[in-house]
Design a protein. Sequence first.
Length: 608
Amino acid sequence: MPGRHTPRLDEASAPKPPARRGPRGWRRPLLIAAIAAFGTPAGARNLEAPLPTAIAHAPAATRAMLEKSRPVTAQHAMVVSAQHLATLAGVQILKQGGNAIDAAVAVGYAEAVVHPCCGNLGGGGFMTIHLKDGRNLFLNFREKAPLKATPGMFQDAHGDVVPGRSTDSYLGVGVPGTVMGLDAALAKYGTMSLKQVMAPAIKLARDGYVLEQGDVDILDDSSGDFARHPNVAAIFLDHGKPFVAGQRLVQKDLAHTLELIADGGADAFYKGPIARAVVAASEARGGILSMQDFAGYTVQWEKPIECRYHGYTIISAPPPSSGGTTLCEILQIIQPYPFARWGYGSVQTVRHLAEAERRAFADRNTYLGDPAFVHNPIARLLSSEHAARLRATILPDRATPSSEIQGSLGAAEGNHTTHYSVIDRYGNAVSVTYTLNFLFGIRQIAGDTGFFLNDEMDDFTSKPGVANAAGLVQGTANEVQPGKRPLSSMTPTIVMKGGKPYLLTGSPGDATIISTTLQSILNVVDFGMNVQQAVNAPRMHQQWYPQAVWIEPGLLTPVSQRMLQAMGYTFKPVRAMGADEAILIDPATGIREGANDRRRPAGLAAGY
Ligand code: DON
């Protein structure tokens, strides 16, 4: 674990004491609400319906909150992201005639400007795509370990993990993938030029944008780190002090970097002045990045993971993300359980979810790694026989100690992120999760490039059996090797119904990403929630180690919690978990229902 407290976005943007207001008690312009709002046309799903009966077990305050949760609706197209200006950049591209891929690239670049903790040029991620012609695609633009990386690089001479080395230094930086990823998606399936889709991001960086309270809450948590580096402080502090809501954040260096990319494409980033600046900064600060690392970086089109659950098809992330595999393994285990009858937040639901997750995460942490380096036994992990075997080990009346669970196939072979969803008028759907890993990555910017660099190397196993900063205890399948991609939990997902996209979902939150994405699906499919309720509802998480079940406030009634404790369950309360920016498409009418997660107050669902 890192020696210092590394802020997670979940903590950073969770509800806080009364906020400091900007100079004029700034509020989001009504215009945005007007763009977002759209009356419910005849024939649409009844979004005014009373709460589904499956929510009867939830605490009263949670039921009251869910009662008020309604998605934004639009007839043709929808974008949902964690920052409203990025959402509007996507809507602008869609209205100009772009498709969902054009809009997704525009949002990706815009978030690098207006959601700099997480949206990025200096990180990497994954894109799950459903094309209107029926094809399902997956783009892997995950960072790679530098060629000089070694399995023991995060340990000292005694073999102990050095706190902070993988999170606070240039050794934590993987070769970024975002620019090549967005370029590859646009070149293959977009219809617009890079210049067109990057125009909103360049404008936001050059002219600046007005910060909301939700934006400054995220910046605030890292202001101490910004102050340590003059080139970062010059941009992200206001004369040495944290910005307040209502002030304008201008990023001229970033605008210049974006212009170089708009003019020169990915080569400008990987073979030109941008790579040179990053390598120079890395060399000056003890890093190992080289020009060869940048020139040799590649993205990869892969076949997405697919599985079935209660009549729906789940399309999600394959390795080097563990997301789709673990999501599908959990769904396979819980498939026969009557969750709809047990209800959301009930003792039975929560404990069966926790036990299924405990077992699937043990497999995740033991067997999965970059498939270019290790064999991932996906077919066996997702088989119904394996699910049945694991189900049979769930005890009828008490918690299973995590220490009694091992990766169950026998010997192994071998906060920060953001999610957004886009659907266009043609039926193309894009679900993207990308990240710098921690908030603002290593919280350093190379020279005058204007963008933060990731600390994705912490997602590798620093030492087998020792938890990384996300608390994941992993094995050798995910050890560091030159050119290898660290195992991820990012789970950009498209749930299909009758061959058409039904639910676009995904989240930040390290290993909790998988649980958040899972519960958004269960909330809709099993508990009958609308998509806004599904993303707003309090969540839980279990990841093998630690033994505890993580719970958000409002998931369990005190009575349910006591009953679970009597069965041996322990709980780790977390203030907030994940941020699911989801879209549901009503199969009957095609109406797009967008839901910005209440945990990202600066976010927005908007469409037309
Ligand atoms: O790829 C992963 O699984 C992590 N690097 C994601 C980090 C993350 O979600 C942090 N955010 N809250």
